[in-house]
Ligand binder design. Structure first.
Ligand code: BGP
Length: 474
């Protein structure tokens, strides 16, 4: 079988603004939630501090200083053969506080220059509007996305950038991994797109559903508006798909896996179909949650369905309801617990490595929505060792190759319509989850350590030549 991909397949690489740009307080940029995150390395969870605390919030402040190195980096991307580059716009460069009327021209100019540089090198920009950060002011003053005012602020921001870049950017996504809040419990949402400010006694699950729904409404409004600004725009959603398998063939495990998957699918079900799924309505009723949505907002959901499904894929999990099953628990949903699958191995951070899970995901998502799919994140975070000025990373090549093989099967055997593949962290960057620099994903090494020291020098790893060849041979 020829493992070929469509001629115009978007081979690329992905990053996010706050994980690479640095320059957190230049050119009138405002403070973003990412700028007040603690370092958190060595198993300590990251958190948002009240304003900037000297010496505590450093990881994203300089990051890899892409803001000042982007020309050099894009030259390397060109050499690598990238056809697409996914990054995000940092909202606080455009609207420092998030609730202003007038944008910051210096911020707009930066992305103009960045997109021009990409286009000059025949690299298509793929742009996420909100990648796990919002203006800190919107978090502190308004309480994040539980507040409906944020819908208007987000739409105003999106309208500004979509109008400005209408002839430069064709591929857009609204909220990064919007369904990462699916379990409804996690403090993680204080620092993702929702920027939820939980207080003692809050019903976290209800608030998370409200914030998520508000984001979905904002997204739908932006999809409709974007198509008015330029009918050629391709506007997608961005989901984290972590497929879960029934741990056993006990029917209760199977049913639990369906329910856990529904929780994660809730977001793309609305993005793609424009209606609130019956299972969610019932769940809210049973729980007595009063999730606010007006008639006008319901209509907006219908009129703003997405053009494609963008998603990340890193790992899978197993679900069980059986009390006597031993296993390292990953997450607890009200329905069941998700545990490590004993049939697959894991990375140093416990992320389960399951290439077949990617083919499975492509199949079920394509069947569910019948929309083009775009894998906008996939990759292997690892400790790399610098030896005689070289980085040998066969483990990364192995991970990616196996996932690409499964992608080829999904396209050539299963008939899935796949637009492209932009592996995560094409160049080393700050880890979102842990704030570490040394959880590396890149084909390009950046000399910087967890404490923030290093020359920022760029270096090609062995995987660079491997990916370059793979793109050439399609
Ligand atoms: C996804 C995010 C990215 C990212 C990646 C790897 O969830 O969209 O921003 O960083 O995962 O995660 P980590 O950085 O924690 O290794």
């Amino acid at each position: 079988m020829a493992n070929k991909f469509p001629k115009d397949f978007l081979w690329g690489g992905a990053v996010a603004a706050h994980q690479v740009e640095g320059a957190w307080n230049v050119d009138k940029k405002g403070v973003s939630t990412a700028d007040v995150m603690t370092a958190g390395a060595n198993g300590v969870a990251r958190e948002i501090t009240k304003g900037i605390i000297e010496g505590k919030n450093y990881p994203n402040h300089e990051a890899i200083d892409f803001y000042h190195h982007y020309k050099e980096d894009i030259a390397l991307f060109k050499e690598l053969g990238l056809k697409a580059f996914r990054t995000s716009i940092n909202w606080t460069r455009i609207f420092p506080n998030g609730d202003e009327e007038k944008p910051n021209e210096a911020g707009l100019q930066f992305y103009d220059d960045l997109f021009d540089e990409l286009l000059k090198n025949n690299i298509e920009p793929v742009i996420t509007l909100s990648h796990f950060e919002i203006p800190y002011h919107l978090y502190e003053e308004y309480g994040g996305f539980t507040n409906k005012k944020l819908i208007d602020f987000f739409v105003h921001y999106a309208k500004t950038v979509m109008t400005r870049y209408k002839d430069k950017v064709k591929y857009w996504m609204t909220f990064n991994e919007i369904n990462n809040q699916a379990d409804g419990q996690h403090t993680l949402h204080t620092w993702t797109n929702s920027a939820l400010l939980f207080e003692e006694g809050d019903n976290k699950e209800a608030l998370t559903f409200q914030a998520g729904l508000n984001e979905l409404i904002a997204s739908a409004k932006v999809v409709k508006l974007g198509h008015e600004i330029n009918p050629d725009f391709q506007i997608g959603c961005m989901m984290a798909y972590v497929p879960v398998y029934p741990y056993s063939c006990n029917p209760s495990d199977l049913m639990a896996s369906v329910k856990v998957m529904d929780r994660r699918f809730f977001y793309s079900d609305i993005h793609a179909r424009g209606i609130i799924p019956a299972y969610a309505q019932k769940y809210w009723e049973q729980k007595g949650y009063e999730i606010e949505i007006t008639q006008e907002e319901r209509q907006a959901l219908k009129e703003g369905t997405v053009d494609y499904i963008g998603f990340s894929y890193y790992m899978s999990g197993a679900v069980t309801t059986l009390p006597d099953v031993a296993g390292d628990e990953i997450t607890e949903f009200p329905e069941a617990k998700v545990i490590l699958n004993p049939y697959v191995s894991a990375s140093d951070w416990g992320w389960q490595i399951d290439p077949v899970g990617l083919r499975y995901t492509l199949n079920i998502v394509y069947e569910r929505y019948n929309l083009p799919l775009f894998i906008v994140e996939n990759g292997f975070g690892a400790y790399d060792k610098l030896e005689d000025g070289k980085i040998h990373d066969p483990y990364r090549i192995d991970y990616l190759q196996k996932h690409i093989d499964q992608m080829a099967l999904a396209v050539n055997v299963d008939g899935v319509d796949l637009m492209g593949y932009t592996p995560w962290g094409v160049i080393d960057l700050v880890s979102f989850g842990s704030g570490e620099m040394e959880k590396r994903y890149g084909f390009i090494y950046v000399d910087k350590d967890n404490a923030g020291n290093g020359t920022l020098k760029r270096l090609k790893k062995d995987s660079f030549a491997w990916y370059q060849k793979l793109i050439q041979e399609n």
